[in-house]
Design a protein around this ligand. Sequence first.
Ligand code: HSE
Length: 319
Amino acid sequence: MADQVTVFAPASMGNVAVGYDVLGGAIDGLGDRVTVRRLDTPTVRVGSITGRAPDLPTTPADNTASVALRSLRDAVGLDGGFEVSIEKGIPLGSGLGGSAASAVGAVVAGAALLPTSWSPADLLPHALAGEAVASGDLHPDNVAPCLFGGLVLTREMTPPDVVPIPVPSDVRCVLVRPNRVLHTRDARACLPDTVPLSKSVRQTAHLGAFVAGCYRDDLALIGRALRDLIVEPHRAALIPGFADVQDAALSHDALGCSLSGAGPTLFAWCTGPDHAERVRDAMIGAFTQHDVSAEAWISPIPSEGARITNLPPSDSQSP
Ligand code: HSE
């Protein structure tokens, strides 16, 4: 059995506008590379952290990856321990599921060093425990797509009931990240504790219609449904130029445009690569009008989640 395993864990967009905290999709070509090494000593420690967020905590109790590994180690009753090293490809505080990716990468790599086999559902609680350190809450909408791949709805965390949702093959997701950091913990703190029943009813209709549109390959229905009536209004003010960037995407016929996870990245669903490029350029242009620089990615919703690469850490951001 190997002494060390490296895993590529993809970025993800949480919420996907319609499903706050329950729906999320994996992203292609962007992610963290997490290497776990077996230790003979009964400890979990953090080795190196490199890449786009080198200042992440290295204290084992504060790092999402080591907390996730501790949870796994305790569940197994392991005599030995683990050392985890992370090459961050996902920018910190971007709304692209960075803390989830490190936690998922750690447990997928750690599990590969154990004698028994582990399914993604087995690993979900441990990855969630890790991510909770960063966001202050248990929410599966980044961890689940990172582990399982694709677009997934988590009906229940305990026991895990993660439902894959098919995505029409034409769909491309544009992600535009303004050069700002927004911590999930802060973006959650600005949300109200309660939601008016009438709003909840309307959002439920949008979520149901969105899922039906995905199953029916009905892009027009997806376009009518891809709206966030509950969370986005409270967070929009945290992102400079939000309304104009969203308008730019929608006026270029994006199916929908909202925050990726807690933001500040915005996502827009588009129909095909050419359309996605036009929408991306319009969104970046709108940020520029607000003197905000931005970087962007265009991605399908990849069916694959975190996977073992066994390559040593390198400068590359994709497998
Ligand atoms: N569902 C979470 C939130 C995602 O919106 O706070 C965090 O990336």
